[in-house]
Design a protein around this ligand. Structure first.
Ligand code: PSU
Ligand code: MN
Length: 322
């Protein structure tokens, strides 16, 4: 029988009505460089500067969990380990996942096959939402960097992330800095509307562009955490579609959108990867083209989103569905 193993610490937190934040792990296995960059981690300050002995991907995995804890919630990193669906990894499991030589990108369409073939891999947002929701229906919040969406060039080859379809049928929050810059932001925004997914802003009024704040187009409702919780209660009376809670990248690390667009356009033209390989290839080419600046911003915003997600998970428990 297929079961989802939920970490005892997560189960205890849920039973005691303490906040939990779910985390994806494709960002660890596929989204970030697996090499040490002590200079870059040091430049990001605490807590990144305490991880200079680790490769980037593992440092980020630890920082995400620690940031969730520092904000008063319990982290639940999701993954598929040797065919087992897992919500909440031990330290050893997190390390093994990061160091696995041939991990699969655990997107929704692959989960069942990964179970059948004892495969190991990092969950995408779509994969993570699936494991969290079916692992325990009280898990309501996932944090990521940027959600997957509609790829540029969709009119020639429609590549639309399953992150969107899964969020459209899963009553959970995805906390992010908008859609990854390598995507078509306008088309992604339209798709969110089509799928009935409300897009809210925390401290922003325009759909953030991942490494950069929004540009005055694509308006989102700027909500306090209290309003966000209230909207969730209404939303989940009417629909099982999730909610996208967005925030700009931290100001200190935000990039200029025009510069970013120029670099991204060139990158998209030069990268030929398709399907699940497209996002990782595009992100790493972008990091190279921006001489590591995009990577710095990516790490800073991931941590920023983990912290907001913890506040949201806390507020959801403080104001339960009336
Ligand atoms: N955000 C990042 N880096 C990433 C991803 C998100 O900052 O690597 C991952 C997420 O796991 C997301 C996935 O779900 O990329 C989307 O991939 P695709 O476009 O193949 O659906
Ligand atoms: Mn895709």
């Amino acid at each position: 029988m297929t079961t989802i193993r939920v970490h005892p610490e997560v189960l205890t937190a849920l039973a005691e009505r303490r906040p939990v934040v779910g985390l994806e792990s494709a960002v660890i296995t596929h989204g970030l460089p697996k090499i040490p960059r002590p200079d870059l981690l040091r430049s990001l300050g605490t807590p990144f500067d305490t991880k200079t002995n680790l490769p980037i991907h593992l440092a980020l995995a630890e920082v995400m969990e620690e940031s969730v804890r520092a904000a008063g919630a319990v982290p639940a990193t999701t993954a598929v380990l040797h065919g087992e669906l897992v919500v909440g990894l031990s330290e050893k499991e997190r390390q093994d996942l990061a160091e696995h030589p041939s991990s699969t990108k655990a997107a929704p369409h692959r989960l069942s096959t990964m179970v059948a073939t004892n495969a190991t891999g990092g969950t995408t947002v779509g994969g993570a939402l699936t494991l969290l929701h079916h692992g325990h229906p009280e898990l309501k919040v996932l944090a990521t960097g940027g959600i997957g969406g509609v790829h540029r060039g969709w009119s020639i080859r429609p590549d639309i992330s399953a992150d969107l379809t899964v969020l459209s049928r899963t009553p959970m929050f995805c906390v992010c800095a908008g859609a990854k810059i390598v995507l078509d932001a306008v088309a992604t925004f339209e798709a969110l509307e089509t799928l009935g997914i409300p897009v809210l802003g925390s401290g922003c009024s325009f759909f953030p562009r991942f490494h950069a704040p929004g540009d005055g187009t694509l308006p989102v409702r700027n909500c306090t955490i209290g309003e966000t919780v209230q909207i969730a209660h209404s939303q989940w009376k009417l629909s099982s579609a999730g909610i996208l809670l967005t925030q700009d990248p931290p100001e200190k690390w935000a990039l200029d959108l025009d510069m970013l667009e120029a670099v991204t356009r060139k990158t998209v033209e030069s990268v030929s990867a398709t399907g699940p390989d497209a996002t990782p290839a595009l992100l790493s080419a972008l990091d190279e083209a921006s001489t590591g600046k995009a990577l710095q911003t990516n790490l800073a915003l991931l941590r920023h989103n983990a912290t907001l997600a913890a506040s949201l998970a806390t507020a959801l428990l403080e104001h339960p569905q009336p």
